[in-house]
Design a protein around this ligand. Structure first.
Ligand SMILES: Cc1cc2nc3c(=O)[nH]c(=O)nc-3n(C[C@H](O)[C@H](O)[C@H](O)COP(=O)(O)O)c2cc1C
Length: 538
């Protein structure tokens, strides 16, 4: 077994044995959720007041959203809507921030870096985004010169997740990266900007670009792992070599803060990180199936910025409310990749992650196990890889183009909760799902595919989070589940597919004990972005 599969096996939860973890939380070493660079010049960004005049359905409308000029203010809006704070919660004397991008355990391993030429209000260079202060820390001043867009890099601090989750944390960091990628794609689309993941950069280059390879700047601080790089804007991205050459004479500033006073080592994590790094750039395989789908059905005229900023993970569901069939089909339809529609416009790669659904309460549908192969080829592969007695029946009333198949009509509420580490949120919702990732092409030749499968799963999760809000319900990512228990129940050939994420959608019950404070009430003097407010139809 190669080292990646070995990590994957060791980091599985089983009903009788959870993956190795800390066995309790050491509050003295709780990581600081915010990275800072002492000594780096700060540039305060303006905050969004009101809502952007773009509604959810506009993002999938053929006419598109008019592109904003790229300035410090519009990029502030991009960063706020993707990686910024959404609220503060309080309980029993504790207070913690939530963000527009979700995160397992709310630990937020993902950091964002904006790399740009000189723009109105913004000097050229490499900037770290600080979500708590909504400011940019200028890590590098450099003569970067190009037009038509900016680079946005994501990195991950594995320790933040490992503190709570131990060995399995590497998986969660990848999920979170996928959620953040999709969050960026939606935020860019709301500003009228295309966003494309750049696959022609390798991880060494991304580390050089973000300054996270500068060991002296991280002395005594937790390392950041390069993850993904996105080009945002209508133009085409400059080549990696050109950008790095422009950075060669940069002046760097800032010393990374230590996030924890003490650490516990999880050697499997640096090992799997090293084993899955992309050390040579390779183009993604072009997808051939993207254009054959009809437009998405309209679902909501609510402002995108409102849905993004009020998105919340449900902590419990009411256990009774059913989802309408049309709302359900629209949510599933949004999981199919369409050209030019966020977040699938980020990548060209053929979808490799496919939902198996546990339907509990959807009007007109039998409760049971369903499958949504996201490509025609995957239908045959999944059918072949699962137990032979599944029905694979088309669902009456389901739109023709939506490849939803009933595997077995069953009450799967108890099953869904049990295999999701006994979490009731998987049973009390309208539906829950497991995401099956293709695994047989992950290996020494293309080890980074391991990370990318989790990113794809995280992107699917982010679609569901926002689609749920648009439909008036809520979602929750579920990283805790019993991998092999799901595989056994599905009769899955695990050399070909593995369950890599769960999700659940339904009518949330709010926890009345939690206090709620506005996201940036702690920055009272901060100027707000003047945004034209259109009168939306409700
Ligand atoms: C990858 C991932 C895994 C998660 N796993 C669970 C889970 O197993 N159980 C749960 O109740 N919530 C889970 N969550 C939800 C997080 O706890 C939630 O995102 C976080 O507390 C921040 O809250 P927010 O999403 O409302 O901003 C998960 C979220 C993500 C992104």
């Amino acid at each position: 077994m190669d080292s990646i599969r070995a990590y994957h096996e060791r980091s599985k939860h089983h009903p009788e044995r959870y993956a190795p973890g800390p066995g309790g939380l050491d509050w003295d070493s709780q990581p600081d959720p915010f990275r800072r660079y002492a000594g780096a010049p700060e540039l305060d960004l303006r905050l969004l007041s009101g809502e952007l005049p773009v509604c959810w359905d506009d993002l999938s409308a053929p006419v598109g959203v008019p592109a904003q000029a790229m300035t410090a203010d519009s990029l502030a809006c991009l960063l706020q809507l993707s990686l910024g704070l959404s609220a503060w919660k309080t309980y029993a004397g504790n207070r913690w921030a939530l963000r527009n991008n979700p995160s397992s355990g709310n630990l937020h391993p993902t950091e964002g870096y904006l790399i740009c030429p000189a723009l109105p209000g913004l000097p050229a260079g490499v900037h770290h985004y600080r979500a708590d202060r909504h400011c940019l820390e200028r890590r590098a001043t450099a003569p970067l010169a190009w037009s038509g867009g900016v680079l946005l890099a994501l990195t991950g601090i594995h320790w933040r997740e490992a503190w709570k989750y131990g060995m399995r944390a590497f998986r969660y960091c990848q999920h979170d990266c996928g959620h953040a990628l999709a969050a960026l794609s939606y935020a860019a689309a709301a500003l009228g900007w295309p966003a494309r993941q750049l696959t022609d950069w390798d991880d060494v280059q991304i580390a050089a670009l973000t300054g996270t390879a500068r060991a002296a700047d991280f002395a005594g601080a937790e390392a950041e792992e390069p993850e993904a790089l996105v080009w945002i804007g209508p133009g085409s991205a400059p080549a990696a070599g050109e950008v790095l050459a422009m950075l060669a004479g940069a002046t760097w500033a800032g010393q990374a803060n230590a996030l924890s006073a003490g650490h516990r080592d999880w050697p499997d994590i640096p090992a799997v990180a090293a084993a899955t790094r992309k050390l040579a750039a390779v183009q993604a395989v072009q997808a051939t199936t993207l254009n054959a789908l009809p437009p998405l059905a309209p679902v909501s005229r609510a402002p995108v910025s409102h849905l993004i900023r009020t998105r919340r993970s449900a902590q419990s569901f009411d256990g009774v409310t059913a989802l309408g069939a049309q709302a359900f089909y629209r949510m599933l339809d949004a999981l199919l990749p369409r050209t030019g529609i966020p977040p699938w416009s980020l990548v060209d790669a053929v979808p490799c992650v496919h939902p198996v659904l546990f339907v509990h309460r959807v009007d007109g549908l039998d409760p049971g196990i369903y499958c949504l192969p996201r490509t025609p080829a995957a239908l045959a592969e999944l059918r072949d890889a699962m137990r032979p007695d599944w029905l694979w029946a088309r669902v009456p009333g389901c739109p023709e183009h939506l490849p939803l198949h009933l595997l077995a009509p069953l009450d799967v509420r108890q099953f869904a909760a049990e295999v999701s580490c006994h979490q009731e949120i998987a049973a009390d919702s309208a539906f829950a799902l497991a995401l099956l990732a293709r695994f047989d092409d992950i290996g020494p030749a293309r080890p980074w595919l391991y990370r990318q499968r989790f990113w794809e799963a995280g992107m699917l999760g982010q679609v569901l989070y926002l689609e749920a809000e648009a439909a008036g319900v809520q979602g929750t990512g579920i990283g805790c589940y019993f991998d092999d228990a799901v595989h056994r129940a599905l009769g899955l050939d695990t050399t070909r597919f593995q369950d890599i994420y769960h999700f659940t959608v339904g009518k949330a019950v709010a926890d009345a004990r939690l206090g709620n404070e506005p996201a940036y009430a702690h920055l009272p003097g901060r100027a707000c972005l003047p945004v034209r407010i259109d009168p939306w139809a409700s």
